[in-house]
Design a protein. Sequence first.
Lengths: 140, 393
Amino acid sequence: MSHSLIVISPVSRLVTNDAGQIVEPLGALIAGDGVLPTPLVAAGTTTPVTHYGCHAGGTSAAAVARIEAVYAGQMPADALPEGLALQDVADALSEIVVSIDGRIMGVDAEYPEERLTGRAHFEAAIARVGLEREPADELI
Amino acid sequence: MRDLAVPLARQLARDLPITIIDRVAAFVASSLFANNEGGAVYDIADTTSLRVGRDGSGGVPNVGDPVRFVMDKRKMGRKTAAQFIASQPELSPFTGGADTGYSNVGVSTSFTGGVLTVVASSGASDRIEISLSDLTAGDHYSVIIRARQTIGTAARIQSWTWATVTTTAFTSEFADYEFILPATSTSGLIRIYASNGTGSAGDTIEISSVSVQSIPGNHLVAPSDAARPVYQTSGGLHYLDFDSVDDALEAVNLTGLSATSSLVIAARSNTGQYIFHAGSTSTTYIGVASDGDTDTRIYFSAGSPSIRKNGATWVPANRDEFHDDLNGSDCVVTFETTDLTNAGWQGFGIGNYTNYEFGGRWYGTVLIDRALTAEERTNVETLLATRSGATLA
């Protein structure tokens, strides 16, 4: 069974990589290369962008198990991102939002009975933390 | 013999009261590109053209797996991607057939029974190197290393000076480690380490083969690990499922399209967006705004194509009509333009474009920088209808 994963980070944590992408430094520990492509604003506003997020459908059970272990305080021996200390990870977990199938890690004790996927999951997750997608520019 | 199938069938049809029923089977989209036209052919039904990793690692996806690399098949003829790659010339000077084609850097080696044993002498950066030449900058290459670790911890590093690849651990059993990498120049170097970077003298790996084969084409790559679609099947159809949040695939080097170009797409949009764009940094796209938008400017932003839906001419009045007629339905949509601004097509992408997102199924696409004849167009539309389950008019 694959899972739906969402990561949201405040801009104060984020860095820009060589390709100009917005990156969460926890990177592979949570979501692959850590790129967060979707700009978010506080609900009811249009600017400024306060957070960035990403959604990854098809997340493997092994990846979910790793994230669950991290939130349980069990860091896999080879999982610490380069250049980060254990305290950095602990600090990060207090700032970022990770949702798996609708369960906000570190907040919700259980997974919801009806697991969320896709855009519905993303919209529900950002609403839980008081955010909205940045309004799109006119297409043409 | 296969090329004769259609003419023979037509001859029979003239001579006998029979109906040609094998046109789709006989037609192959690669045949449109006989004069080296620019463009691309993407066909999700050929799962061997898909890879889990952005660097081609992770193998062919299973149902439910993410897809971060999709091969352009326009130069593959009737072959599956796997058959095509296997038929390409071998570029690696070390194939395991002889004790040549590599050099040692801090290691001792021995070659027995077609297997090269590599032993680290001091640890961290001890390796063998395989030099490649006559590469084409920008082209992708399949690199498959068959190897195992016999002494040391379970971590070996493979790296190339011509592209960045994932650090991958060898296991204790022989296995194929595959990557698909773009060459950045005409030469390249494959480095296979006998140590994991912190290893010790005596760490040992065995290599039975290293294969390097060209995969020419405008391949699609996800912009990041998380922003990628998922491979799914339903009713015998194969598709990539886009999440309408951030999933995307891009061929940023797809260049050479001319003002007269044709694009045929098989997809099912399940949101308000239908986005096929021209690279992450371009403002050219095919798209439609949200339901209820009455703006009439709905097609290419750098051209004014005629449009067909499911094999028939279609003139939607505005974005709302465009959207409503496509939304939730498996459709084959054809765009034909004679006034495309070439500068707008310096790349091709599917999915996310600055907050406009495609959500739904994508079955395949044929893009070519010339007009299609009526017969060619019908063949392409019929082919993509079989891929998507759409019913042509």
